[in-house]
Design a protein around this ligand. Structure first.
Ligand code: MG
Length: 255
C-alpha cells in the first residue's frame, strides 16, 4: 500500500533525516586507513543511544537474510556493494567503502548511504564509479516531482548509469519510507519514463542507485548478508530519503 504523508508528517520526519545525515557525516569523517569496520558500527551505535533513536537494522531479518542483522550499520568494502555486515577488518588505503544507515527517531524512519574512498584512490575507475553513482542519485531526486511518474525516477537513474557504461541490477532498489524502513513502492534503478505510479506530494521514498564497475551480477557472501560483485570489481551505493512536496523534492537526509 502506498502511504502519502501530510505536510505535518513530513515535518515530523525531519529529525530522523537530520540524525541519519549527522551519523553518516561523522562516520565518513572517521574513515581512514586502520579504522576497523566494527569501530564504525560502534560509533553509530553510541550515537543512536545518545540520541534516543532506534536502529532499523539490528533486529532486521527479511526472508533473504540468514539471521537477524545484529549491527546498526552496513559497511560494504570494495567488491561488496550492499548489506555489508561489519566484521573485524581494518580499512586500507584506497578501499572503496559504502556506509548505509537507517534509524527511527520519534517513530519516523530515515535511510541514507554514501560511498567514499579511504585516503588516496587506487584507480581513476573507483573515483569515476562514485561520481557516476552520485550523479545518478541527483538525477533520480531531480525527477521526483509532483505530476511525474515513478518511472521518471528510475529512467533518470538508469540513463546516467547507461551513459557511463555501467550495467544495472534491478534486484535491489529504492523503497517507500515512513514508520518502517521498507514500504511500497519499490523504486527500481532503471525503467521507463512516463510509466508507473503517479508522483504526488506526500510520497516519501528512499532513492538508492548502486553500480558495479564491470558487471551487474552479484552473489551473497558466506556471512549470509553481504552482497558482492560476481567478478570482484568494486561497487558504489548512494542513497537519500526524500519527500515529494508541492515545491518539488525535499531531501530529508541532506548532509
Ligand atoms: Mg539504506
Amino acid at each position: 500500500m502506498i502511504e502519502l504523508k501530510t505536510p505535518a508528517e513530513i515535518d515530523q520526519m525531519r529529525p530522523a533525516g537530520a540524525f541519519v545525515a549527522e551519523v553518516l557525516t561523522e562516520l565518513a569523517a572517521r574513515v581512514a586507513p586502520g579504522v576497523n569496520l566494527l569501530k564504525l558500527d560502534q560509533i553509530a551505535h553510541d550515537m543512536i543511544r545518545a540520541r534516543g533513536a532506534e536502529s532499523c537494522y539490528i533486529d532486521y531479518h527479511p526472508s533473504f537474510g540468514a539471521s537477524p542483522f545484529g549491527k546498526v550499520l552496513c559497511t560494504s568494502v570494495n567488491d561488496a556493494v550492499l548489506h555489508g555486515l561489519p566484521f573485524d577488518y581494518a580499512l586500507r588505503e584506497g578501499d572503496v567503502v559504502s556506509l548505509d544507515f537507517a534509524a527511527s527517531v520519534d517513530g519516523w524512519v530515515a535511510d541514507s548511504a554514501l560511498t567514499v574512498i579511504v585516503g588516496t584512490p587506487r584507480s581513476p575507475e573507483d573515483t569515476r564509479l562514485i561520481e557516476v553513482t552520485t550523479a545518478a542519485l541527483e538525477a533520480g531526486i531531480a525527477a521526483a516531482r509532483p505530476g511525474g511518474r515513478l518511472g521518471d525516477i528510475s529512467a533518470a537513474i538508469g540513463a546516467v548509469a547507461t551513459a557511463a557504461g555501467y550495467g544495472i541490477n534491478t534486484d535491489f532498489g529504492g523503497h517507500g519510507v515512513g514508520r518502517t524502513m521498507h514500504g511500497d513502492p519499490h523504486v527500481p534503478n532503471n525503467g521507463r519514463a512516463g510509466r508507473g505510479l503517479p508522483l504526488r506530494p506526500g510520497l516519501v521514498i528512499a532513492i538508492e542507485p548502486w553500480f558495479l564497475e564491470t558487471t551487474d551480477k552479484i552473489y551473497t557472501d558466506k556471512d549470509g548478508w553481504t552482497l558482492r560483485s560476481a567478478d570482484g570489481s568494486n561497487g558504489a551505493h548512494m542513497e537519500h530519503t526524500i519527500a515529494i512536496t508541492d515545491d518539488g523534492p525535499l531531501v530529508l537526509t541532506a548532509r
